[in-house]
Write a protein that binds this ligand. Structure first.
Ligand code: FAD
Length: 333
């Protein structure tokens, strides 16, 4: 029996399991997918929780419901990948040998990477909405907030769903209007980018739209630290922004298992061929979704577009054919 092992049963891993299960011969291949949580978190829904459009229950689903029959789901944290031995060690003691490995371990936020972020103000007047806990805590805060200066800050790129911070401030503008307190809230959008967004045309359009909504854009703000005793964020070039409420998009990084396995760059993203989606230096390891170091957006939609190319290339690799360099960075969000 040959082994196709998928690490991570989030958006990308689940898509790959669903694509491969119907076509790989069950007498020849065992597909195994590993994750640490029984629950699938629908992350795009986190954006709507602070504004009471969604509740917690709208974004949690049983992971098993989305996996096809015949796929072996193993619940355990992944301890380490050993590419030289073609195997993965799990924290539950299991060892999974593989013929092909698909890494789909995603990315998550690391607020501790910014000095002072977790001192004093964390989940008091500093919140994220990239985790379920953060989004729920922010919803509880906003319910009783009477107004002040709300600063949204992107710590650094890349982040997953690069448009989510903009969506957040536009939703906030709507929400505060609905609550009858828009005139008591100043909204500031502080970003390390030179404009509102990554792409110049969209950046210009969205910049105008921010202005129209009375949202103050602070470009090229590279945060160095948070002074939560004075409610200030401070940049490397010593610019300061005061806040009453700080909504942060902290540093996004790949999972620690990537670092432990010696497979990552400085942000624990896996160096991946941009067009074939094969891990650089490893013939039988492929990477998909947020776990890659691709310059394309980190988004579920991008994982979907990547999966078309990855599926074809895995089938070609199984047949001993050269891979096709077909992924062109196609993205939407
Ligand atoms: C607020 C917000 C809004 C968003 N909006 C959109 C949107 O509108 N459109 C869009 O396309 N995308 C959006 N996204 C991005 C989208 O959710 C992600 O890009 C997508 O989930 C990436 O899929 P993935 O499979 O690579 O990672 P994930 O879905 O995060 O899955 C990774 C999986 O790996 C598992 N894992 C990681 N490490 C380990 C380990 N060591 N052991 C065991 N298991 C492990 C995790 O438990 C997880 O289940 C949004 C994200 C956020 C946070």
């Amino acid at each position: 029996m040959k082994n196709m092992v998928i690490l991570g049963a989030g958006t990308a891993g689940t898509i790959m399991a669903n694509k491969l299960a119907p076509v790989l011969d069950k007498n020849e291949w065992q597909i195994t997918i590993v994750d640490q949580h029984e629950i699938h978190y629908y992350q795009p829904g986190f954006l709507f929780i602070p504004f009471e459009i969604y509740t917690k229950d709208d974004v949690i689903k049983p992971r098993r419901d989305y996996l096809p029959p015949g796929v072996n789901l193993v619940m355990s944290p992944i301890e380490v990948i050993e590419p030289d031995k073609n195997r993965v060690k799990l924290s539950n003691g299991k060892i999974l040998p593989y013929d092909f490995l698909i890494i789909a371990t995603g990315s998550r936020i690391h607020p501790e990477e910014t000095e002072g972020m977790l001192d004093g103000g964390w989940q008091k007047n500093i919140f994220d909405f990239y985790t379920l806990e953060g989004a729920v805590a922010l919803a509880n805060f906003l319910k009783y907030w009477e107004g002040g200066r709300m600063v949204l800050n992107i710590v650094e790129m890349p982040i997953k769903c690069p448009v989510a911070p903009l969506e957040f401030v536009f939703l906030a503008d709507w929400w505060f209007t609905e609550q009858g307190i828009r005139d008591k809230v100043e909204i500031v959008f502080a970003t390390p980018l030179p404009g509102a967004f990554t792409k110049p045309k969209a950046s210009k359009f969205l910049g105008n739209f921010l202005e129209k909504k009375g949202i103050h854009l602070v470009p090229e703000f590279n945060i160095e630290r948070v002074d939560s005793s004075k409610n200030k964020i401070i940049s490397y070039d010593e610019k300061e922004i005061d806040y009453d409420l700080l909504v942060t998009i902290p540093t996004n990084m790949g999972d620690e298992v990537i670092a432990r396995s010696g497979l990552g760059d400085e942000l624990n993203f896996v160096p991946t061929d941009h067009h074939t989606l094969r891990a650089k230096d490893h013939e039988n390891i492929f990477v998909i979704g947020d776990a890659t170091n691709l310059p394309s957006s980190k988004a579920g939609s991008v994982a979907h577009f990547q999966s078309e190319v990855l599926f074809e290339n895995i089938m070609r690799a199984i047949d001993g054919r050269p891979l096709l360099p077909k992924f062109d960075g196609h993205a939407n969000c």
